[in-house]
Ligand binder design. Structure first.
Ligand code: VGL
Ligand code: ZN
Length: 187
């Protein structure tokens, strides 16, 4: 298993948007989106064993969000605040001390990156985090934006590739190339 990349103090897991609406049956379903859950769970278990903090971001939109097609945005309505579609996948075993990062709440713009105006970089630094293990949905949207921002903020960034899936396969390949060019290590 790639989990042999040893987790150590200074590491954090960053699990991006593993929510029902991004899984089969959801409002913005990603092909095989739910298949990443067992892989993420193995990483969560390893993190818990090593006392590594687990951050989980969630897309958390108000009604009639600016990113929705009804407002001229690119997406069908999804991840409405407090809806079952916005809940984390029921099989995702987040630890009791998970740190949730809520985004997409702004009325005037979307926030694809978990770092976008959330204070996450400051929080990671406050916890002496230097290295971030990223995974989740979608590979070509929020995972891409989050991993690029992690690099931009100076964190060593590893992408757990088998724990991601793209909205579109072509854009997924492009996203992986973009992340590689930015110095993200694919594992
Ligand atoms: C996402 C589309 C719209 C994501 C969020 O989490 O990747 N994709 N909103
Ligand atoms: Zn969204």
């Amino acid at each position: 298993m790639t989990e042999t990349t040893q987790l150590q103090p200074g590491d954090a897991l960053l699990i991006v948007d593993v929510q029902n609406d991004f899984c089969p049956g959801g409002a913005l379903p990603i092909d095989e989106g739910d298949r990443i859950v067992p892989v993420a769970n193995r990483w969560i278990e390893a993190a818990t064993t090593a006392s590594i903090p687990v951050f989980a971001s969630r897309d958390w939109h108000p009604n009639e969000h600016v990113s929705f097609d009804e407002r001229g945005g690119p997406w069908p309505p999804h991840c409405l605040q407090d809806s079952s579609g916005a809940a984390f996948h029921p099989d995702l075993r987040l630890p009791g001390n998970v740190i949730k990062v809520t985004k997409g709440t702004r009325f005037d713009q979307d926030q694809n990156s978990a770092f976008d105006q959330t204070g996450l970089a400051t929080e990671l630094r406050a916890r002496d985090i230097r290295r971030v293990f990223a995974m989740g949905l979608a590979q070509d949207v929020c995972v891409l934006a989050t991993a690029l921002d992690a690099r931009q903020e100076g964190f060593e960034t590893l992408l757990v590739k088998e724990a991601t899936r793209p909205v579109s396969p072509d854009r997924g390949e492009d996203a992986l190339a973009q992340m590689r060019r930015a110095g993200v290590i694919l594992i």
